[in-house]
Ligand binder design. Structure first.
Ligand code: THU
Length: 214
């Protein structure tokens, strides 16, 4: 039995809310009033949180074209991306990717994936051309980027989907371009046309995300 004195001397420990143990004789006491109070509190907290919980809808869209349906200028860009797979250095994945970037001055720059025996040192085709463009044509906006994938002797059936890191870089350089950058993902028969790089990375982390924290 619990010694009344030790309880009065506060030699009790709280095991969990509403349950206390006497430090002297180790007997436990359940305080129903505390339990009930906490229970009501948790139910209210749950109802309050449920009221605030709502859905955040993030939508994106692309247009699907056959090659013949694409405007001629974009067909030419796609063609350059497809040709560029020849320059891929992909002895490890055997997955060749070509990218062609149309600049505001009408110039088309190209890039391909470059792999390395130290795998993470390699770079995707998209970032190869995007970084090259930003380094060598500073201040010139980027209009459109076409990407093509090739493996096992043919172009990939489904339009190639850029990795997250490339989408992040596209989103940033679209912002520095001050206008949308179209992105064309090439498959064997169809091309997915995104009107903006942001459509491939909705809810992106951009420079405002850093500034808002200052
Ligand atoms: N790769 C690209 O170059 N772009 C993409 O959009 C997807 C993947 C490369 C990286 C690596 O060299 C190979 O494809 C296999 O992942």
């Amino acid at each position: 039995m619990c010694d009344d004195k030790c309880y009065k001397n506060r030699r009790t420990e709280s095991l969990r809310s509403g349950v206390r143990q006497c430090g002297y004789c180790k007997s436990t006491t359940i305080h129903l009033d505390t339990l009930a109070f906490n229970g009501i509190f948790y139910i209210f907290a749950l109802i309050y949180n449920m009221k605030n919980m709502h859905e955040l809808k993030i939508e994106t869209r692309a247009q699907v074209f056959s090659y013949a349906e694409l405007p001629a200028s974009l067909q030419a860009l796609v063609q350059r991306a497809k040709e560029q797979v020849q320059n891929s250095y992909s002895p490890y994945s055997h997955f060749a990717v070509g990218a062609a970037l149309l600049l505001d001055n009408g110039e088309i720059l190209t890039g391909s994936n470059q792999e390395n025996a130290a795998y993470p040192s390699g770079l995707c085709a998209e970032r190869t051309v995007l970084f090259y463009a930003h380094a060598n044509r500073p201040g010139i906006g980027m209009r459109a980027l076409a990407i093509a994938g090739y493996t096992n002797g043919s172009y990939v059936d489904d339009p190639i989907s850029p990795c997250g890191s490339c989408r992040q870089v596209m989103a940033e350089f679209e912002q520095t371009s001050n206008h949308p950058m179209q992105v064309l993902l090439c498959g064997a028969r169809e091309v997915y046309l995104f009107e903006s790089a942001r459509d491939l990375l909705p809810y992106s982390f951009l420079k405002e995300s850093l500034l808002s924290e200052r």
